[in-house]
Structure formats: structure tokens, C-alpha cells
Write a protein that binds this ligand. Structure first.
Ligand code: SAH
Length: 233
């Protein structure tokens, strides 16, 4: 049994206003989702449904919009990338698999694409980005999509958001060298965290907090940008 949605449903009509043609059309998006479903990468119907609504082409550098519905990472400016849809699917599914998520902490807002998915699946999203301009662009895109349950922060995600802890779930799109203890401390009892760790090749892990113990689940090798120290100048 899948836990119920806790998020704020996306407004289908608003999402449709961004429908493109050809490579940025809803059909191209549907083809990508179908292919992830067929490969067994995507198996949570809630995640499939929101990935099928969010116009990913709105979140990438316009020069690469035509490739938005290929399963690849794409530039979003400032030498950062939006993650592969297959990786986003894997991480999001793992995060919401067991319980409704009320408060989620996201490290690495980037384009805001993952943030938009989380907003539809979790009650409140707290998202941290170290590059101010990326955070502003993400805020503007989510405003266009009329998403209202996201709180944006420009900060170094290594430290989490101690004043707003604890969180039901933590997701990071940037890879620290080692697991930051501050993030573990901000996870609720029974809470779930999904995060890449290390330098190339990075390993993706799921963690579940049980008292002072952390259960660890290896989720495969992945390629992510490093979690950098400090806020960008
Ligand atoms: N989820 C994003 C992925 C962006 S890539 C998306 O869907 O587009 C990872 C992001 O993590 C980059 O924007 C990068 O600037 C950010 N990042 C790297 N180190 C960070 C840190 N210490 N704190 C917060 N964000 C960080």
C-alpha cells in the first residue's frame, strides 16, 4: 500500500499553459515517462503522475530545451546541471515510499525541477541553494506554476536548516565528501534521507534514522555535482 499524498496538487491548467510542440510537447514528456516505467526505473504512480505534469523544459537552459525529455542531465547555468529524470525518479520514489512526508528539506534547489515535484508530494518543502541567482530563477519558475508550499533559502546546505528541524525527509542533489552529521541530526525518528556521497563516481544512499542508528541502503553509482562549502559570492 502506498502512503497517501501529502503535497499540494499541481494546477493542471497552469502546467498546460507551458506545453510546447515537438520535442517540448506533452507527448514527448509522456514518452519519457513511459520509457522509465517500462524499464522499471519508475514504479511509483504518484511520482509518474507529477513527472508527467511538470514541464521540465521550463527548468533547463533554453538552448537545451529540445533535449528536456531525454533521460539526461542538462546545463542550468553557473556550471550546474539538472539531474537525469531517471535519477530524480529513483530518489523521489525512495523518499516517499513508506510514509506521507510533511516536511522535506532539499539541498541544491538548482533549477527547481525536483522542488516542483516535491511540492506536489510533500506538505512543505524547505529548499536550500548556495547560488543566489539559481534560487531566484527557481522561485520565479515555481511562482509561474503557482506552487505555494515551498520555502527558499540561500545557504550552505552542509548545515541543513537547524531552526526548522526536524524533517520527515531530506534529499540532496549535491554530493558531500562524507555524510554531514548536521543533516543526520535534523532527520526525524523514522525519517528518510537520500543523498549521493563522495567524489566521482559518487554512490547514492538511502538512510533511515532509527534512534541513534542509521540504516543504510546503497542505491547505485551516480554522477552529481559536488556539495561545495559556503554560499557563492
Ligand atoms: N535538484 C536540482 C539539481 C541541481 S544540481 C534540479 O532539479 O535542478 C545541484 C545543486 O546543488 C546546484 O545548483 C548547486 O549549486 C547546489 N549546491 C552545491 N553545493 C551546495 C551547498 N553546499 N548548499 C546548497 N546547494 C549546493
Amino acid at each position: 500500500m502506498m502512503p497517501p499524498y501529502a503535497g499540494q496538487p499541481l494546477n493542471a491548467q497552469i502546467c498546460q499553459e507551458f506545453d510546447g510542440v515537438g520535442m517540448t510537447s506533452p507527448r514527448s514528456r509522456q514518452r519519457l515517462i513511459d520509457s522509465l516505467l517500462q524499464q522499471g526505473i519508475l514504479h511509483d504512480s504518484r511520482v509518474a503522475q507529477v513527472m508527467n505534469m511538470v514541464p521540465r523544459h521550463l527548468f533547463v537552459d533554453p538552448a537545451f530545451a529540445q533535449r528536456s525529455y531525454e533521460d539526461c542531465a542538462l546545463p542550468i547555468g553557473h556550471e550546474q546541471t539538472i539531474s537525469h529524470p531517471s535519477t530524480v525518479a529513483l530518489m523521489t520514489q525512495w523518499l516517499i515510499a513508506e510514509q506521507p512526508i510533511h516536511k522535506v528539506l532539499e539541498i541544491g534547489t538548482g533549477s527547481g525541477y525536483q522542488t516542483a515535484l516535491l511540492s506536489a508530494l510533500c506538505s512543505e518543502v524547505y529548499t536550500v541553494e548556495r547560488i543566489t541567482e539559481l534560487s531566484y530563477q527557481a522561485q520565479s519558475r515555481l511562482h509561474q506554476l503557482q506552487v505555494g508550499n515551498v520555502h527558499f533559502f540561500t545557504a550552505d546546505g552542509h548545515w541543513g536548516l537547524p531552526d526548522l528541524a526536524p524533517f520527515d525527509a531530506i534529499i540532496s542533489a549535491a554530493s558531500p565528501e562524507t555524510l554531514p552529521p548536521e543533516l543526520v541530526a535534523q532527520l526525524k525518528e523514522g525519517g528518510r534521507m537520500v543523498i549521493p556521497i563522495g567524489a566521482e563516481p559518487q554512490h547514492l544512499y538511502g538512510f533511515v534514522r532509527q534512534g541513534e542508528q542509521l540504516q543504510q541502503y546503497p542505491l547505485g553509482d551516480v554522477s552529481f555535482v559536488p556539495m561545495r562549502k559556503g554560499v557563492a559570492q
